[in-house]
Design a protein around this ligand. Structure first.
Ligand code: NOJ
Ligand code: CA
Length: 707
């Protein structure tokens, strides 16, 4: 009898649940998502902001091998609604305290092929996340061949992105009308014309999956062809979906055999597909959506071994060509030079020193090898120092001076060799006293794998876990783009994944707009080890050095940095990295008054706010670290004046502001070194007027003077 009553109650509950609308709104009721299923059981969603459609009907689902039907014939079995409003803390980050406030809708579906799916949607005030949770009955392997998800952006708009590439993110940004972006990587940032909504498409919690890029379903050329063929183009349909001009489809990074993802069991969960939404461009920067969609920290116990640091390193000299990674007459990482850097760090309130070119194997690396591009048999050895780098003595000296050493592992892309050495390498490093390692993947991957496929995503995860096991913090170059896993593994501190400072040493460099693109695009995903801080902007001290050798095919010998000096300082604040480097050779900082900003800078901030800005034009960001505030403002190739109300300063307190500004005659192209330092006493009712030169910026330290 009890059993029958239970079944009846369940049936009533189920039917009442399934009859509820599959719609959900954000807590502030501004964003609305609707999930739909058509007659053939194909799934779609759309999103409204306010009363207007923002993302029009867009497709959902996957395609898979072996006849698995992951895309249609679905029926809803139940829909669950829930909400969360919590505050959580992280040990480091732009903000240490974060509110996680959302409404969730979990749509349970099944089809006649025994595929069970939960479509999980979370709506926040700052955007939307959704993911797929599939289970396939009686299967022990799932091979995905295609993701069907689209983002059908309504109407016209402007976008800021880098092109899609499964090999690199070290590309320049484009400002393009939405319907002219054939393909793009994420974060893909855009603004709609009619509603003036800023948004950015990305993914969160990418852990065992290939990366997602975007491709227009019909490129401009394809649309034109279709138009030529049919005067009724507007009525053309592709399945039920009208192919609109700005409908982007997910492209997953493939395996060499063109499949996309493999799971050796009966289920998989996709990363979250995310859309950050705001009425202001800076609202995207202030959003915590990506972190909120990641799992909480899994590391237990005392985590004081994970700490933000400022660092200098034996690095820039190699990129300029006056030093080398290999052990020759220009070798950078010698014992003597290492000690010089340690002394400099100790004397300048800098926590750590990075050494590149310290270990054997560089002779066959793609960048230094005589026969560039060919494959070589010699491997990097991550536990074998060059003979002129006395690691034990250097570690002893660093410890004595209270300086951390950042180890370096360039893999050249040979992840098979790196994985073989991984466990022993991290054990050995920790034993030597190395608590932080920079890795790099400059070179092709083995067996024709690309850099961003599932194979490499899993490799990166393995490195993060191994490093965590040995209590080592990571700075990854040539990484997978950040998707917020730093919340789960806070030892995964920072990464590159953008055209960083290095490009200025040996190419046409990064244009002035680059640094005001990054905060609205790449940095929405997570910290960036851009390595700002070149003071010898025109390479006056190194260009004609007798030591200088071009080591890279892009080097035409006329490179320089395309900013003013003040902009270099401001980028230490704006381009957020908890491991923040002053990247120039230390002799260029010695005795330089503007270097005081880096001495005073604290990379361990507690709170941040992007105050003003437009992608590719300008930006102003403030961070609080302990009692101090640090403000950075930068502009593109245009000179600008901005007014910043200092309402973020603590009420009632006076602050000594040290302002590092462009000189009156500064210009990134013709007079980049001109700067001035001013001191003012300010409080929260003041407004700071900042004048930035073309390609310039301004950095301010606010030091409390008390009440
Ligand atoms: C590329 C990295 O981005 C750079 O920082 C490093 O110096 C070289 N690879 C060599 O590892
Ligand atoms: Ca790089």
């Amino acid at each position: 009898m009890k059993r029958i009553i239970f079944i009846i109650i369940s049936l009533i509950l189920m039917s009442s649940c399934s009859s509820r609308k599959t719609e959900i709104s954000s807590p502030n009721k501004n964003i609305h998502l609707s999930f739909n299923i058509d007659d053939e059981g194909f799934m779609s969603y759309n999103i409204k902001v306010g009363d207007s459609i923002f993302i029009d009907d867009s497709q959902l689902g996957f395609e898979a091998k072996d006849g698995l039907n992951l895309s249609n014939s679905f029926e809803i079995t139940k829909t669950e609604f829930s909400s969360k409003d919590e505050t959580w803390e992280q040990i480091w980050g732009e903000n240490k305290v974060i509110r996680n406030h959302y409404n969730e809708m979990a749509v349970h579906l099944a089809n006649e092929d025994s595929i069970f799916l939960i479509m999980r949607f979370r709506l926040f005030d700052d955007g939307v996340g959704f993911r797929y949770e599939y289970r396939v009955k009686d299967t022990d392997k799932i091979i995905l061949t295609n993701e069907l998800t689209t983002f059908n952006i309504k109407g016209e708009g402007t976008s800021w992105s880098i092109p899609a590439s499964f090999e690199t993110y070290e590309l320049l940004y484009r400002t393009l009308p939405l319907d002219e972006v054939d393909n793009a990587n994420t974060p893909f940032t855009f603004k709609t014309t009619s509603q003036s909504i800023y948004a950015s498409i990305h993914e969160a919690a990418l852990t065992d999956f290939p990366e997602m890029t975007l491709r227009l379903r019909l490129t401009k050329d394809e649309r034109q062809k279709a138009k030529d063929k049919s005067r009724h183009f507007d009525k053309l349909s592709d399945r039920q979906f009208r192919v609109q001009s700005s409908e982007f489809k997910v492209q997953l990074a493939p395996y060499p055999n063109k499949t996309k993802a493999v799971f050796e069991n009966d289920n998989f969960i996709s990363p979250w597909r995310t859309i950050q939404i705001s009425d202001k461009a800076v609202g995207l920067i202030n959003s915590n959506l990506i972190l909120n969609l990641n799992e909480p920290c899994v590391l237990e116990g005392d985590l004081s071994w994970i700490k933000p640091m400022k660092y200098v390193g034996i690095w820039w000299g190699m990129h300029l060509g006056v030093e080398s990674w290999t052990m020759d007459e220009r070798h950078g990482a010698t014992t003597e030079n290492a000690k010089r850097y340690i002394d400099f760090a100790a004397a300048n309130n800098i926590d750590a020193v990075l050494f590149e070119g310290w270990n054997v194997g560089w002779e066959s690396w793609i960048g230094t090898s005589e026969t560039q591009g060919e494959s070589h048999s010699q491997e990097f050895d991550y536990t074998q120092a060059y003979a002129d780098f006395d690691i034990d003595e250097i570690m002893r000296y660093a410890k004595e001076k209270g300086i951390e050493v950042i180890g370096h592992h360039e893999t050249g892309g040979d992840i098979i060799s790196y994985e073989n050495q991984l466990e022993e390498t991290y054990r050995w490093s920790k034993e030597k006293g190395i608590n932080c390692v920079k890795t790099g993947y400059a070179g092709s991957l083995p067996n024709e794998h690309n850099h961003h496929g599932q194979y490499n995503v899993c490799h990166y995860r393995k490195v993060v876990e191994t490093a965590a096991k040995h209590k080592i913090t990571l700075d990854v170059h040539e990484p997978i783009k950040p998707t917020g896993i730093r919340r789960t593994y806070p030892n995964m501190m920072t990464r590159e994944g953008a055209r960083g400072m290095e490009w200025n040493a040996w190419s046409e460099g990064n244009p002035p707009e680059h640094h005001v693109m990054l905060p609205f695009t790449r940095l929405l995903a997570g910290p960036l080890d851009y390595t700002p801080g070149t003071f010898d902007i025109l390479f006056e001290n190194t260009r004609n050095s007798p030591l200088r050798k071009k080591w890279n095919g892009n080097d035409k010998g006329n490179s320089r940095v395309n900013t003013t000096l003040a902009k270099q300082l401001a980028n230490w604040v704006i381009l957020y990295s908890p491991l923040q480097m002053a990247s120039d050779m230390i002799e260029h900082y010695e005795g330089h008054p503007a270097f005081q900003f880096f001495r005073d800078f604290n990379p361990d901030c507690d709170w941040s706010e992007a105050l003003q800005g437009e992608p590719g034009e300008y930006v102003a960001i403030v961070r609080r670290a302990g009692e101090d505030f640090f403000l950075g403002a930068t502009t593109d190739g245009e000179a600008r004046e901005i007014a910043i109300p200092l309402t973020f300063l603590e009420k009632g307190k006076q602050y000594e502001a040290t302002i590092y500004a462009d000189g009156d005659d500064a210009h990134w192209e013709t007079n980049p070194i001109s700067y001035k330092i001013e001191r003012k006493t300010l409080n929260c009712s003041d407004t700071l007027f900042i004048k930035m030169a073309a390609g310039g910026g301004c950095a301010v330290r606010f030091k409390t003077l008390g009440f």
